[in-house]
Design a protein around this ligand. Structure first.
Ligand SMILES: [Zn+2]
Length: 494
């Protein structure tokens, strides 16, 4: 496959800090890996923004014709508080507080995470591997890193030797950090009785007797280091070199820097061709985080039950609010911005609902193809969703003018508009109206029923009542009831 029919797709590669044309290694296949959640507490809205960014990337790649294998992991190994090599195990700490088994904690928050993803219409990945399900792969990787001489064992733990690695490779390339500055700035002396350098990080950690989540290994009972699971699972499912690795900006260092070093040490080459990082959601300029007390959960958002919220907002309002900002920019949360987004989304959905009712004219006064081209160009330009949304509002104005009789549109222009809005709004941006959402999560079913409704309306238009009644009756036999109203045809389950 050469460049997609919609034109070349450019993304900002955070490794080179340049906008580059995306060319997959094995087209039409694309390998995409995104760091998933650590399942020891509820996700907050800042996390949702990151997963939404890569949801839009996944949707766009699929829309322009690629076959994407999207891997997003679940971190369910008991990593340590602060994500450093000392302190308490996060999941075990939570298990003690909630008086549950660690695996009950993992299951509870994994379920909660999936609920939130569904609520925001974020598509599930193709593979969702868990760290505890890939202990063997991680232990094998530790062995390969030891064999290459870039790690050493100390008292049952295995540490990655950063200074030794930096002698031969560019440690800090992704995050733009210099090894000398890192050494001067590291005051962390914890574990220094075992580590040769404060920059070294554990790839296998010996478990203390009280540690709950631990496994046997050639170095004794322990658990894998935080960075290791993503290296082991991404390369297992996508190959030793794959196309795109995504994650939040805060993961660039040390997590992603360490992932690169681990793969180079274990396999001899860099794992990722394009790195993409989503920016943060801030509140009054400060990062949204649990530790800051400003990270509300999606549930609090919908109920409005949080001191930062004037009232509740729907998940689709929040999705739209986030898409109005480019993924690489910080987005500051405010009630005013959410209320504006709510109005904007409502205008968009109302215009889409008008489409089946537009009366075709014999002449055309709008250039729908030009609007569509500008939408595609915006998305091909590093997923520029705010520009794409501005273009969609051009389409909204066209629809509204057509409805008011101020602008003439032919049947073919109306059909082109309908198709464009369906593709861009529902499939690429993943927006659905709240009435649809109430029907359940089945967007595909709705799209299908809408097609039947359109065929039926066409049949009625040519007075072919045998066909139009036939469509209605056959849908009824499978439990889909059509209802003709003044606003058009709606449907519901029997
Ligand atoms: Zn990761």
């Amino acid at each position: 496959m050469a460049a997609p029919a919609t034109g070349p797709f450019f993304i900002t590669n955070t490794l080179t800090r340049r906008k580059e044309e995306f060319k997959p290694l094995r087209p039409p296949h694309v390998g995409l890996y995104v760091c998933g959640p650590t399942v020891y507490s509820d996700v907050h809205l800042g996390n949702v923004r990151s997963f939404l960014t890569f949801d839009v990337l996944y949707r766009w790649l699929t829309h322009i014709g690629y076959t994407v294998r999207y891997v997003r992991n679940i971190t369910d190994v008991g990593h340590l508080v602060d994500d450093v090599d000392h302190g308490e195990d996060k999941i075990a700490k939570r298990a003690r507080l909630e008086q549950l088994e660690p695996m009950e904690i993992v299951q509870k928050y994994t379920n909660g995470f999936h609920d939130v993803m569904r609520l925001f219409n974020i598509l599930p990945p193709s593979i969702e591997p868990t760290a505890t399900g890939h202990l063997i792969e991680q232990i094998e990787m530790v062995k390969r890193i030891l064999a290459s001489g870039f790690a050493y064992e100390a008292n049952g733990s295995v540490y990655f030797d950063v200074p030794r690695y930096a002698e031969e490779h560019a440690y800090g390339e992704l995050s733009g950090r210099k090894i000398d500055e890192l050494i001067t700035n590291t005051r962390d002396t914890e574990g220094m009785d075992e580590k040769r350098s404060p920059l070294d990080f554990a790839i296998w950690k010996k478990a203390e007797p009280t540690h709950l989540m631990k496994w046997p290994s050639p170095w004794g009972e322990g658990f894998p280091g935080w960075h290791l699971e993503c290296s082991a699972m991404s390369t297992k499912y996508l190959g030793q070199t794959f196309d795109i690795h995504g994650g939040g900006m805060d993961l660039k260092f040390p997590h992603h820097e360490c992932e690169i070093a681990q793969s180079v040490a274990a396999d001899g080459h860099a794992p990722v061709r394009y790195w993409m990082h989503g920016n943060m959601l801030t509140v009054n300029g400060r990062k949204m985080a649990k530790s800051e007390g400003n990270g509300f959960t999606p549930k609090e958002l919908i109920t409005g039950n949080h001191k930062l919220l004037e009232r509740g907002y729907s998940a689709m309002t929040v999705r739209f609010f986030m898409l109005q900002c480019h993924y690489a920019s910080t987005l500051d949360f405010s009630n005013a911005a959410l209320q504006a987004a709510e109005k904007g989304l409502d205008r968009l959905m109302k215009a889409m609902a008008l489409l089946p009712k537009l009366k075709p004219a014999d002449a055309d006064e709008a250039d729908i193809a030009a609007i569509e081209q500008r939408c595609l160009a915006a998305m091909n330009d590093d997923l520029n969703t705010p520009v794409m949304i501005a273009e969609l509002f051009e389409a909204v104005r066209t629809i509204n003018s057509g409805n008011d009789g101020k602008l003439r549109l032919t049947a073919s222009s109306i059909e082109k508009l309908r198709e464009m809005m369906q593709n861009m709004v529902r499939e690429v941006l993943g927006l659905r109206d709240e009435a649809d959402a109430a029907k359940g999560d089945d967007n595909a079913l709705d799209a299908l029923v809408q097609e039947f409704i359109r065929l039926r309306t066409e049949a009625k238009g040519r007075k072919d009542f045998a066909t139009s009644d036939g469509i209605r009756d056959r849908l009824a036999t499978i439990g889909i009831i059509l209802k003709d109203t003044k606003e058009g045809t709606a449907w519901e389950r029997a």
